[in-house]
Design a protein around this ligand. Structure first.
Ligand SMILES: Cc1cc2nc3c(=O)[nH]c(=O)nc-3n(C[C@H](O)[C@H](O)[C@H](O)COP(=O)(O)OP(=O)(O)OC[C@H]3O[C@@H](n4cnc5c(N)ncnc54)[C@H](O)[C@@H]3O)c2cc1C
Length: 443
């Protein structure tokens, strides 16, 4: 975009999944939309690994044959780690293993976001890379403050549009300032964050397939709790790329500070576990990154629309921080719904809060808010999670190992001893109560 043309019908701040999906919908509708991205290219600093495909498959039905995807997830596993033992529940379906693989994919965001941005451009949208939005440009109309564009670092004149979609991700400074300047209602609870760390390890495709027991081209996604995450809210993950593994952790910041552990120590502890180490053996560390994730649940979500403004994705706190850790798919859904509200506002020529709050209504009726509302007791679940994870993973893993103990005694005695050891000193009532409270994390 040149200096002579500083206007659009909508401006989107941030080219992550939320902003790009909003822009894609607007551009397809024929609206002139500009996405402003501070990174050198979309996805340059983004990290997530699993792409749930419900929203992208609506926008680009043939995405599996077009997008740069790593592997379809044909196998999932949930594991409990103890220092000397582990339990792994592995599951899958033949439906996941057959083309067109419209289920879940391992993706690297640096490639995926760039591709999504190319779809926006193909539809007629403009992406401004390496460009930082400093703040919103607002105008006063009587007693009302209305967002009318953005101010770009290094530019004197504002970029103008009747509506701005803020999609700048977690802890967005523009969003924070906008909330206070436009007196937008905060959530009932302050937002809280998880820290996500991810490493990419290079390994040959055949080694990956052997180690994870996969058919050629198929992928796996594993989630792990237990050691070294005892006393913390969070766990680790391991996903298979084409010729790489994505290994990482997501841990609630507060719990890490409380336990006085550093993210580096946790990551090293995770990799040092014999069960994890064997997947990485012979691999080469290629990349490392860290990012915050909103984990406050529905009560931390505040007002999301104002005159000339909508907030989407992580910037709005719309992450399902349950065991699904679903952020990118929900970001895309909120982006699409925001775009639908903007299209309607253009038809009516009305960009007031009342008109744009169509977005809030659509969000409320979507599966996103239904899922998020199930996390209303997430703080309670987070309180008991460390206690349970300190006890259960090693007891359970040891129980299974003990049940298969070889000794010259009747099996009845082996079982008795195994259960005695597993239950010894366990506060049973407390544990049952904690397990009940944990349902608040199921989403
Ligand atoms: C380690 C890790 C693993 C994860 N795993 C998964 C997973 O497996 N599946 C899943 O669904 N989700 C996962 N997530 C969450 C997911 O990454 C986010 O929910 C998702 O990226 C949110 O999308 P978004 O578009 O709202 O924000 P982002 O993806 O953060 O994009 C925001 C964009 O805005 C740009 N920006 C910010 N400020 C400005 C500014 N002032 N001016 C211009 N541009 C700006 C940023 O550069 C960025 O490109 C994971 C997160 C982490 C950290």
């Amino acid at each position: 975009m040149g200096e002579e043309n500083l206007e659009a019908q909508a401006i989107v701040v941030g080219a992550g999944p939320a902003g790009l999906m909003a822009a894609h919908k607007l551009a397809k509708e024929g609206l002139e939309v500009i996405v402003v991205e501070r990174g050198q290219y979309p996805g340059a600093k983004n990290l997530s690994g699993l792409l749930y495909s419900t929203v992208i498959s609506e926008a680009v039905p043939d995405f599996p044959s077009k997008a740069p995807l790593e592997r379809p997830v044909c196998k999932r596993a949930m594991g409990l780690l103890a220092p000397q033992s582990f339990t792994l529940l592995s599951f899958g379906s033949s439906k996941w293993s057959v083309p067109p693989h419209n289920h879940t994919w391992v993706v690297y965001r640096a490639q995926f976001d760039r591709w999504l941005a190319s779809q926006v451009e193909e539809a007629g949208g403009t992406i401004l890379e390496g460009t930082v939005v400093e703040e919103l440009f607002c105008e006063e109309k009587g007693s009302t403050t209305k967002v009318s564009g953005v101010r770009i670092r290094g530019e004197e004149e504002p970029f103008r549009a009747p509506v701005v979609i803020l999609a700048e991700g977690a802890v967005g400074l523009v969003t924070e300032r906008a909330r206070s300047r436009l007196k937008m209602r905060s959530g009932e609870k302050p937002q809280s964050y998880g820290l996500g760390i991810k490493e990419i390890w290079a390994l040959p495709a055949s080694t990956i397939e052997d180690r994870f027991g996969l058919d050629p081209g198929c992928g796996a996604a594993m989630e792990w709790v237990g050691s070294p995450f005892q006393g913390l809210v969070g766990g680790g993950f391991l996903y298979t790329g084409k010729e790489s593994l994505a290994l990482g952790l997501i841990v609630k910041l507060e719990s890490m500070t409380k336990a006085k552990v550093s993210p580096q120590d946790l990551m090293e502890g995770f990799k040092a576990n014999p069960e994890i180490r064997r997947y990485l053996k012979g691999g080469e560390l290629l990349e490392y990154g860290a990012h915050l994730i909103p984990e406050g649940g529905p009560r931390a979500v505040g007002q999301l629309s104002q005159h000339g403004l909508l907030i989407v994705g992580d910037a709005a706190g719309l992450v399902n921080a349950s065991m699904y850790h679903e952020g990118a798919n929900l970001a895309m859904l909120s982006g699409r719904l925001a775009a639908e509200a903007v299209i309607q506002a253009h038809l009516l020529g009305d960009f007031s809060r009342e008109s744009l709050s169509l977005y809030d209504r659509m969000l409320k009726e979507s599966f996103l808010m239904e899922d998020l509302s199930r996390l209303k007791n997430i703080e309670r679940a987070h309180m008991v999670f460390p206690r349970l994870m300190a006890e259960l993973p090693s007891r359970f893993a040891n129980l299974l190992v003990d049940l298969f103990e070889q000794a010259p005694v009747p099996k009845r005695e082996i079982r008795k001893h195994a259960f005695q050891r597993a239950l010894d000193g366990l506060p049973k009532l407390q544990t049952l109560l904690d397990l009940w409270k944990m349902r608040g994390m199921l989403g």
